[in-house]
Ligand binder design. Structure first.
Ligand code: IPE
Ligand code: IPE
Ligand code: MG
Length: 239
């Protein structure tokens, strides 16, 4: 990985990735869309290695959205099994790398119990790791997350004055997760697609044309270099 354009003292602590373009990657090769999802595994693990080398502390990846249920049943079924088998195949490697695995999203009846079990095993097995937290957004929607946070608050008896920014933040799916510094979306689509709406409020957005299965750690390093060219103002003025 060429780090010559990266300032390792100013690496974003939380990078989020919209892993998009698997279907198009496969179609261009005359393959099935699901082959594209399979090819995305290598991209994900290369990006994880890149994050570790860069010193990124939090990486959140969009694996399945609350809207992805609209896909053909065969593709949905494939994605459920694929994610289950990926966790089985790769959890030991993540564990050895010092990666802590977490999940955000709704655990509703549509998510197979076997996948939920694999998620829980991965969380438990890697809970003590401290190098990088890899959060997998699965059956995740940004709107659902905000709704669920407000519902929890209301259920706990919060009145209107207690619905504050801080209260909502502390009732998100993972209250430990910091705001996103850098969001990278692959495949040339310029949209958020209901990812991390609350956490992205002041993120820097980088869009790349690369399709997710072709994404490698160098693309991550390049996105970090681009992030470092930006001036974040958070509504204030830069010095
Ligand atoms: C992203 O790739 C993976 C998921 C949404 C699960 P897509 O499947 O959306 O690929 P394209 O966008 O159709 O090429
Ligand atoms: C976003 O990609 C969801 C994931 C990458 C998991 P989509 O392919 O579902 O988004 P749209 O439909 O192009 O907005
Ligand atoms: Mg897509």
């Amino acid at each position: 990985m060429d780090l010559s354009r990266v300032d390792l003292q100013q690496v974003p602590s939380h990078v989020a990735c919209v892993m998009d373009g698997n279907g198009r990657w496969a179609e261009r090769r005359g393959l099935k869309r699901t082959d594209g999802h399979a090819a995305g595994e290598e991209a994900l693990f290369d990006a994880v290695h890149g994050a570790l080398e860069l010193g990124v502390e939090w990486m959140t990846v969009y694996a399945f959205s609350t809207e992805n249920w609209r896909r053909p049943v065969d593709e949905v079924r494939y994605l459920m099994r694929f994610n289950e088998s990926l966790l089985m195949r790769r959890v030991d490697e993540l564990e050895e790398l010092g990666v802590r695995v977490r999940f955000i999203g709704r655990r509703d009846w549509r998510v197979p119990k076997r996948l939920i079990n694999r998620m829980d095993e991965s969380i438990a097995k890697t809970a003590h790791n401290t190098k990088l937290t890899l959060t997998i957004a699965f059956n995740y929607g940004g709107r659902a997350e905000i709704i669920d946070a407000v519902r929890e608050l209301v259920a706990a008896g919060a009145g209107p004055d207690q619905i504050t920014e801080q209260a909502i933040t502390s009732h998100l799916y993972d209250p430990d997760m910091p705001a996103v510094d850098l969001m990278v979306r692959t495949s040339g689509e310029y949209r958020i697609s209901n990812f991390l709406l609350w956490e992205l409020a002041y993120s820097e957005l980088v869009f790349v044309d690369t399709l997710w299965p072709d994404f490698r750690r160098q693309h991550l390093a390049d996105a970090v270099a681009e992030f470092q060219q930006r001036t974040r103002r958070f509504g204030g003025l830069s010095n």
